[in-house]
Design a protein around this ligand. Structure first.
Ligand SMILES: NC(=O)c1ccc[n+]([C@@H]2O[C@H](COP(=O)([O-])OP(=O)(O)OC[C@H]3O[C@@H](n4cnc5c(N)ncnc54)[C@H](O)[C@@H]3O)[C@@H](O)[C@H]2O)c1
Length: 236
């Protein structure tokens, strides 16, 4: 059987680089980014002609491209994090996996209302988190009204190793990231949201989900070595 053709957006970014080894064997990948990426197609997803070209013939999209800066202003976020998501959902590709963020639920963590239940209403801690919450809602509406099924992944602090003490609770390590996205691509669901964090001892997140994701990594194994920095992570 031929492999499913999967478009990976934001393929030059940090998360994509950690994710790619987990996808290459299973899918026929199309890589794209505004910045050059080896073997990829370079262009801006906000350009309708470019979007139509890269989505043609794909079976699924893993959408990572965004302005990923939690300090970004609305003007900087509107096109990459809102308009592009709307255009991407409108392509009608049958499975779309959206990179959401823990910032969509950031108020719960900053108010110490933890562990955060994935079923609670979106409560962003910043404009960036609000764009992610909106993208989740638009994805849910598309899954309800069209043949497109959508999985939103509320990614935590995604890195090879935790970068600071304040990231220990919300860290998502590489093996778990890869498992998470594979589950999101394969799960038999119409719309789901799934927390994207590892099985961290200090976790502030309830990782209960309906896509079969079972994290195995624990940031605690790095706890003695990480820099003490409580300002990193969600907007406090
Ligand atoms: N890094 C994290 O810890 C983290 C945590 C939570 C959520 N996320 C989300 O995961 C995704 C990936 O994050 P990242 O850290 O890899 O970010 P990144 O900034 O490293 O990569 C994002 C990529 O998207 C590309 N891009 C942005 N707008 C584009 C457009 N209009 N057309 C084409 N390409 C465009 C950029 O060129 C960049 O290479 C983002 O959606 C981010 O919001 C990341």
């Amino acid at each position: 059987m031929s492999k499913r053709r999967v478009l990976l957006t934001g393929a030059a970014g940090g998360v994509a680089q950690l994710l790619l080894p987990g996808l290459v064997d299973s899918y026929d990948l199309v890589l794209t980014d505004r910045r050059p990426v080896p073997g990829g197609v370079t262009g801006d997803l906000a350009d309708p002609a470019f979007l139509a070209k890269v989505t043609e013939g794909v079976d699924a999209i893993v959408h990572l491209a965004a302005n990923a800066n939690p300090q970004a202003t609305w003007d900087e976020l509107r096109i990459p994090n809102v308009e592009v998501v709307a255009s991407l959902l409108a392509t009608g590709v049958s499975r779309i996996v959206l990179a959401s963020s823990g910032h969509a639920m950031g108020q719960y963590v900053t108010n110490a209302r933890v562990p955060v239940d994935p079923d609670w209403p979106v409560a962003p801690c910043c404009a960036y988190g609000a764009t992610k919450g909106f993208a989740e809602a638009l994805g849910q509406a598309h899954a309800y009204r069209t043949a497109t099924s959508v999985v939103s992944l509320r990614l935590g602090a995604t890195s090879a190793e935790p970068l600071a003490t304040s990231a220990l609770g919300g860290w998502l390590g590489p093996a778990d990231l890869r498992q998470l996205v594979l589950c999101a691509l394969e799960a038999d669901v119409r719309y789901e949201v799934c927390p994207g964090v590892s099985a961290n001892t200090r976790s502030e997140w309830d990782v209960r989900n309906a896509i079969g994701y079972q994290p195995t990594l624990d940031s605690e194994m790095y706890a003695d070595g990480v820099p003490v920095d409580e300002s990193w992570g969600l907007c406090r």
